[in-house]
Design a protein around this ligand. Sequence first.
Ligand code: FAD
Length: 465
Amino acid sequence: MAAKAEKTFTFLVVGGGIAGVTCVEQLSFQIPSAEVALITAGPHIKAVTNYKQVSKTLEEFDVEERPSSVLEEKFPNLTVIHSAVKSLHTQSHSVETADGRVFGYEKLCICSGGRPKLLTQDNPYVLGIRDTDSAQEFQKLLSKAKRIVVVGNGGIALELVYEVEGCEVIWAVKDKAIGNTFFDAGAAQFLIPSLEAGKPEKAFPCKRPRYTTEEPAGGALQTFTADGHLRGKSTGPPEPGSALGPDWHEGIALRGAEQVSRKVSVEYQCEVEKIFTSEELLNSQQQTLTPENNGSWPVYVQLTNGKTFGCDFVVSATGVVPNTEPFLQGNKFAIADDAGLQVNDYMMTSEPNVYAAGDVCTAGWEHSELWQQMRLWTQARQMGWYAGRCMAAHVLSEPIELDFCFELFSHITKFFNYKVVLLGKFNGQGLGTDHELLVRCTKGQEYVKVILSSNKYINHIISRC
Ligand code: FAD
């Protein structure tokens, strides 16, 4: 049973990432008189800026990390509380924070994001990249590294293997082709030569977000220099910060200790069998030692294809786990197969008056034919915005319908310096064999795939930006 709440808010939102911030903005905009609070573990909040509707469903925007005072100045009804939620008491409509405070709510929205699904916990040689701090830790380790193993085939792995220079990269993917989450084997073939070629001297201009972080105290703006180094050093948040997003690496020099440009070897259709330290390897009955595999690396990765690679450290880029733990104890949330809080088409969880949005939730409604959930920046914004609208509508007893943005999946991103636009079931997901593919490919220039299914078309475009 929770202690008595020191204050009760009409709307309480947990998480200062894109989903949480968009949700409080929407609530404050719709009901300016309502008392709204945002509780977040990190020192900064994520703000969407320069929002641009590219077409009916495609959107582009910039993202900035900002001190929370910016939000409070904009919305006088909003209180930002910097602490992590430790427990949720749905019976008494209250949350308890790590610093021992208790806050009540009429409606709560959980936007606590996710954390990297690490191959193994508490191994100093296995790193996940999630927030600004972990990206800086990665940069620090990389600067002394000669070889790293990257495991995973999603967006983060794709970006890493392309960006890292001065360090050999062994890339272990479980699929037959790279980038399986985002594109097909044909598109992977189109992109592979970019990995083999040197990096272009100057990146092609591409209008994408750039990261800035500010001192926790809200002092002078801390930016990245043109050569990719931080101008200052943040003291670092004690709690997990918001997930990074597009172009997270743009301000960070991803350079290892060697003089080589890019050197990537892909190991297809394999997973990690075991991770050893050099002592464990030498003490084991490992029979496949080679000159470079003889205990001189700090850590070794054995893959299911039988190969073992020594390296300086391992990057685990195998997806995220929704941050649900603090909210589960004593409550009866419906949890989806992917461990997210299941939400209905009003972004409501199975607990009354508790909503969820962004990476922490799983869309449990019957999806439109051309939409699927992917834990992406764009969807975090759309869900946060729609959750805010639903919460306001429910308080005002107004009707609301599932937003149009959930009709058609759409995403703009960049891989290997190509602009990538994905629409609908861009990879033919769940379409069986009853569809037709039209592909136009100009080597080094563009790859356009159109899927025709029951006279509907679904696009998949990769082109130089
Ligand atoms: P988050 O941004 O993770 O925010 C969660 C917030 O909750 C944080 O502020 C955290 O401090 C707070 N919090 C957590 N637990 C608690 C608690 N107990 N109490 C209080 N507060 C808490 N997406 C793209 O679309 N394109 C990309 O190219 C892309 N690249 C990415 C690259 C990297 C390296 C990473 C890590 C992610 C990338 N993503 C990308 C995914 C995208 O960043 C996420 O989908 C999106 O940021 C999720 O937003 P969110 O608000 O749900 O969660």
